[in-house]
Ligand binder design. Structure first.
Ligand code: GLA
Length: 367
C-alpha cells in the first residue's frame, strides 16, 4: 500500500501566544506544504528528506533519543503511536517540502501531523483529529522540548480554502471566518533569522504566563483556569504584586485576546483597514510587552507603515526571527517587495524571503 500525505503550513492573522493561554487565535492553512510519500518497507524503516536528511531505523527498536534533532520528530511519532496502539510496521517515507523551516509558518507541526497521518494510515490505526492533535503535541512537548499550544495542529487538520478559523483554545470551539481580502493579499516576509524555539524564550513565556495566572488567582480569590479569561479589572487589582515584567506579559495576552475576537468580527464585515490597525497593535504588544520580536522583524514592520497600500503588518508565530505577515494591496506587492528586499539587504546583509500566502485546505491523505 502507498499513502501520500499533503500537510500544509499555516499563517496566523492575529492571536499570537494566546493558544497556550486558552485564548483565541485566527489562523489559516496556506498553499505551501510538506508532502510525504509512504510505503511499507521490509526489515527496516527509511526516511529521506529533500532538506538533505535521511535516517534508517527499525520500528521494533526501543525508543532512544537521537543526537540529530530532526530524527526525534520521526522517532517521537513512531514511539507515541506504539504507546497508543502497540506495534508499528516498518515503512519508507520520502519527504519533500515547499515550507521553509524556522520561518514561523509551522513546518514542525506540518511534519509531525503528516507523519502521524501517514504512519497511522499505513498501519490501519484509526485516529480522529482530536487524537492526532494530542499525539502531535506530545511529540513536540516530550521529544522536541517545545511547550507549544494547539493552534498549528488544529489549523493544519481543519483548515478550509479561503477561510480563517476563529479558535477558542480553551474549549476548542471554532468558527470559520470568510476571508474576503478583495484587492488585498497576504505577503510573508521571511527575515531568514532562524529561530530555535527550544533555545529561545518560548518556554519561558509559557512559564511566565502560568506564574501570572497563579498570582492573580491568589490575589483576587478566584479560580481562572487560564490567563485569557482574567478580566482586565482583576489584572489591574493584581498589578502591585505582579512584577513589572509578568504584568506586561499578562497585559499583552488580555489585549491580544480581545484584538483577536474583534478582528474576526472586522473580517466578517469586510473592514480590512481596521483589521490592519489591530495587526500593528499586535506587533507592538509582542515587541514591547511580550518581548518576543527582534530588530529585523521590527524593521520590516516599521518600513511597512510608511505605505498606505499596506494595511497592516506584524511578526508572526513564536518570534525571535521568522516572518512578518503583511496585508497589502495586490497591485503594490511587487513594488513593495523590490523596495523592502533592497533595504533589508543593505541593513542586515541578509536575503529577505517572500511568500504570497493563499488560504488553503488542511491536511489531505491520498491512498
Ligand atoms: C508557535 C507554537 C504555537 C503558538 C505560536 C505563537 O508557533 O507552535 O502553538 O504558541 O508559536 O502564537
Amino acid at each position: 500500500m502507498k499513502v501520500i500525505v499533503k500537510s500544509p503550513g499555516r499563517v496566523n492573522l492575529i492571536g499570537e501566544h494566546t493558544d497556550y493561554n486558552g485564548g483565541y487565535v485566527l489562523p489559516c492553512a496556506i498553499n505551501l506544504s510538506i508532502n510525504l510519500n509512504f510505503k511499507y518497507f521490509s526489515n527496516e524503516s527509511f526516511v529521506t528528506s529533500d532538506l538533505g536528511y535521511s535516517m534508517i531505523f527499525n520500528t521494533a527498536e526501543k525508543y532512544k533519543k537521537s543526537e540529530n534533532h530532526w530524527e526525534n520528530y520521526v522517532l517521537g511519532v513512531v514511539n507515541e503511536l506504539k504507546l497508543l496502539k502497540g506495534d508499528v510496521e516498518n515503512f519508507h517515507c520520502e519527504i519533500k517540502s515547499s515550507l521553509p523551516s524556522g520561518a514561523g509558518i509551522s513546518s514542525s507541526s506540518a511534519l509531525v501531523c503528516g507523519l502521524i497521518a501517514g504512519i497511522s494510515t499505513l498501519n490501519n490505526i484509526e485516529l480522529n483529529n482530536e487524537q492526532i492533535i494530542k499525539l502531535s503535541r506530545n511529540v513536540e512537548h516530550k521529544y522536541i522540548g517545545v511547550l507549544g499550544g494547539i493552534m498549528d495542529q488544529f489549523t493544519i487538520l481543519n483548515a478550509k480554502k479561503d477561510k480563517a478559523i476563529l479558535l477558542n483554545c480553551d474549549n476548542i470551539e471554532s468558527k470559520y471566518i470568510d476571508l474576503n481580502l478583495k484587492e488585498y493579499e497576504l505577503l510573508l516576509l521571511d527575515t531568514n533569522v532562524k529561530h530555535n524555539l527550544v533555545n529561545t524564550e518560548y518556554n519561558t513565556r509559557v512559564k511566565e504566563c502560568k506564574k501570572a495566572l497563579e498570582i492573580i488567582n491568589k490575589q483576587v480569590g478566584k479560580n481562572y483556569s487560564n490567563l485569557s479569561m482574567v478580566s482586565i479589572d482583576d489584572l489591574i487589582k493584581s498589578k502591585e504584586i505582579l512584577n513589572d515584567k509578568i504584568y506586561r506579559r499578562a497585559l499583552y495576552v488580555l489585549n491580544e485576546n480581545q484584538r483577536t475576537v474583534e478582528s474576526a468580527d472586522l473580517l466578517e464585515k469586510g473592514n480590512l483597514s481596521q483589521f490592519g490597525k489591530l495587526m500593528y497593535r499586535s506587533h507592538y504588544g509582542l515587541k514591547n510587552n511580550y518581548e518576543v520580536s527582534c530588530r529585523e522583524l521590527d524593521y520590516l514592520v516599521e518600513i511597512s507603515q510608511k505605505y498606505d497600500d499596506v494595511l497592516g503588518a506584524r511578526m508572526m508565530g513564536g518570534g525571535f526571527g521568522g516572518c512578518t505577515i503583511n496585508l497589502l494591496k495586490r497591485e503594490f506587492t511587487n513594488k513593495f517587495i523590490e523596495i523592502i528586499q533592497k533595504q533589508y539587504k543593505l541593513n542586515y546583509k541578509l536575503d529577505l524571503g517572500v511568500i504570497i500566502a493563499k488560504p488553503e485546505e488542511g491536511l489531505k491523505i491520498i491512498k
